[in-house]
Ligand binder design. Structure first.
Ligand SMILES: O=C(O)CCC(=O)C(=O)O
Length: 281
């Protein structure tokens, strides 16, 4: 469980690291599950040696990965941060190969990808390998979660990366998150974070569960097969809205099948209107 001091630190800094959440045996079993054909559609660990893998909808691929999403050791902690009714927004396996020029993530805020009516969303990364600066662990700008949503668009299209070059320039505010294998990091959806490539010579594997309070309703971006999966409590019958104005991510190359350029969550037009307008977006 998180202590009051942990809650205070999360409020100040926007992230927490908790080690020894899973046992070494559990980590070993999860590595096997994540390397199974059933989960990876034939993409074996050898594949992770060469490329970045972001395997979404992970909870739909194996019962153990679905069970881990609701594991009380994780959800008790999440629930202290975002309340009793908790859903998934997405889940993914995220691996970094030890190949130069691969695996770096530019500075970004997760909320820019999937704006909601409030910001009670947190990402949990479960480490299957120790996270170190050498293998490209995540870094976060302390306190950036309270500074508002930064610009993530270029030429009117969602760029997936923060466009403010100064946003992470104060190195005294940048913290490297280094949970060990079996440990977790938890970060706020507005925390500005990024990570360098993996220079360790070995793959780095982690599982990300992006959780949201059930009364945070999605306004834009993608809906995955497990979006809305209730891991604790009940669906909300009321929507909770923070005051503010957020830019919606506008995705280049998205067709009506993806719910228009705004993603499925941002497509509020009825079909006749959407199909008529698609050429004008
Ligand atoms: O895999 C990583 O190290 C970073 C992933 C990340 O930043 C994200 O999923 O938002």
């Amino acid at each position: 469980m998180l202590s009051d001091a942990d809650i205070g630190r999360f409020g100040d800094e926007g992230f927490l690291v908790v080690d020894d959440v899973l046992s070494p045996d559990e980590v070993h079993d999860l590595r096997d599950v994540c390397d199974s054909d059933e989960v990876t559609d034939g993409l074996k660990l050898a594949g992770y040696d060469r490329k970045v893998v972001h395997l979404l909808e992970l909870t739909t691929r194996h019962p153990a990965l679905r069970a881990l999403a609701s594991d009380p050791r994780i959800v008790d902690r999440v629930s202290r941060l975002i309340g009793p009714d908790v859903q998934l927004q997405h889940s993914k396996l995220t691996t970094k190969p030890p190949v130069q020029g691969h695996g770096a993530f530019d500075w970004h805020q997760d909320f820019a990808y999937f704006p909601h009516t409030n910001t009670d969303l947190v990402a949990v990364m479960v480490m299957l390998d120790d996270a170190t600066p050498e293998n490209g662990c995540m870094s976060i700008v302390r306190g950036s979660h309270v500074g508002g949503l930064l610009d993530h668009s270029k030429g009117g299209w969602f760029a997936g990366a923060c466009q403010d070059e100064q946003a992470a320039s104060d190195k005294s505010r940048v913290a490297a998150l280094t949970p060990k294998a079996g440990g977790i990091s938890i970060h706020h959806c507005m925390s500005l974070h990024g990570s360098p490539e993996n220079a360790s010579g070995r793959p780095r594997r982690g599982i990300v569960y992006q959780y949201r309070a059930a009364d945070a309703f999605q306004l834009g971006g993608h809906l995955f097969l497990d979006t809305g999966y209730q891991v604790r409590g009940r669906p909300a019958s009321c929507v909770r809205c923070d005051e503010g104005v957020h830019e919606l991510p506008k995705w280049q190359g998205m067709s009506p099948a993806h719910g228009s350029v705004w993603g499925q969550a941002g497509d509020l037009a009825a079909r006749w209107n959407r199909e008529r307008d698609v050429g004008q977006q």
